[in-house]
Write a protein that binds this ligand. Sequence first.
Ligand code: SAH
Ligand code: SF4
Ligand code: F3S
Length: 463
Amino acid sequence: MPESRQGEAISLEVGVTVAGARTFYLESYGCQMNFSDSEIVASILAGEGYRSAAQPDEADLLLLNTCSIREKAEETIRRRLREFRALKKRRPTLQVGILGCMAERLKNQWLEQEKLVDLVVGPDAYRDLPRLLQHLGEGQRAVNVLLSREETYSDIAPLRLDSNGVSAFVSIMRGCDNMCSFCVVPFTRGRERSRDVCTILDEVKGLADGGYREVTLLGQNVDSYRWAPDDGGVISDFADLLERVAQAAPSMRIRFSTSHPKDLTEKVLHTMARHDNICNYIHLPCQSGSSRILELMNRTYDRNWYLSKVDEIRTILPDCAISSDIIAGFCTETEEDHADTLSLMRYADFCMSYMFCYSERPGTLAARKFADDVPEEVKKRRLSEIIALQNELSLSHNRRDVGTVAEVLVEGRSRRSDERMRGRNLQNKMVVFEDVSACKPGDCVRVQIEEATSATLMGRLIP
Ligand code: SAH
Ligand code: SF4
Ligand code: F3S
């Protein structure tokens, strides 16, 4: 997923302090779904009269929205909790809450093993926050980790406190029914369910009216979106939803993430081809290039199926960029399997990938059935080969753009230099250019691309 990558620990600090009211400080880790959930949590807390604090030491309630995807993600949270412990020593009235996937995975263990934690709330229980906070107010600790088959928070307007006012994320579904053998998500986020199409359209229209220029439709597996209205009306699949979103917000760029190769249909590709405002970019995680490993991963496609999906995308959308997620060193992976991953990457010519060493997660199918038998140093070496190849592919992709004109949606100043602006082209590539005074965030500009690295395109604004 763009910007805050799937499973990476990037923190989002929600700002704005108002004197007098109780205050919360919320930090988010993990995938965009978690960041999107944090906006729901912020909205519910605001409804309870809470104000958000810019710093942990200004808040009465510290919340961590957590990720369990790899062991490292959980270690980051535990480190952060140790820092919170120091704060609580100085201020015993301070309360600490764990939200999200790690709350769901470890449930009551939090309260049994971690004296610091007062509140544990799983991803489907945020609506219960007012009641849980009341318990806290009465000096009790509180837990709700019930998963739901229905909850989509469709009626709660997210509080977009951290937004740049240009791009926003809209959740269209929750949970996952896929059961990839390595993955903890089906356990932490429960069964897959889609959100009412009308509430999605309302939210997108609201964003367009509010001046937003880009929306990313979010789900673990957006292509299996399916909404059947109660009145027996027409069922919408993901292609239908995309079509309606593209029509409802013609001034906005539409993106989506993540696509599972088995569910990405020709109908979706043709819908993308029909609408200029749907970006030609698909995040299509392969995980591995070896059919034998894909079978153990329970991905339900093999190497050839994946490659034929890539061919289909190239035929229907010739200039579509494809990115991926790749796991190095899954159980029993041989050098030959690894070589298959490298050759698949070359064939698919990924513009970008998120790449990880396999990390065994308790309770998953793989943890129960297979030994985590690839030595750590072998995993790391294979990962570094995957990263090196991806850098080469990204660089050659970007070099092909030199000399072309990119349509760039301006996001703000470059992170490296105040004299430059940054934005993204239609394939989601980062473009940096000078001439700061000539445009502002939200503008769509044309940039002549003059230079490229593996991560960024650089160019000149065309007046
Ligand atoms: N729903 C998305 C991905 C969700 S998790 C999809 O199906 O593609 C994001 C990525 O984290 C996965 O694509 C996978 O590459 C990686 N991941 C998940 N579990 C992992 C594990 N146990 N070890 C290493 N990487 C993992
Ligand atoms: Fe995890 Fe697979 Fe679901 Fe993605 S599709 S969230 S990798 S189980
Ligand atoms: Fe992490 Fe949960 Fe997302 S485990 S990747 S925050 S769904």
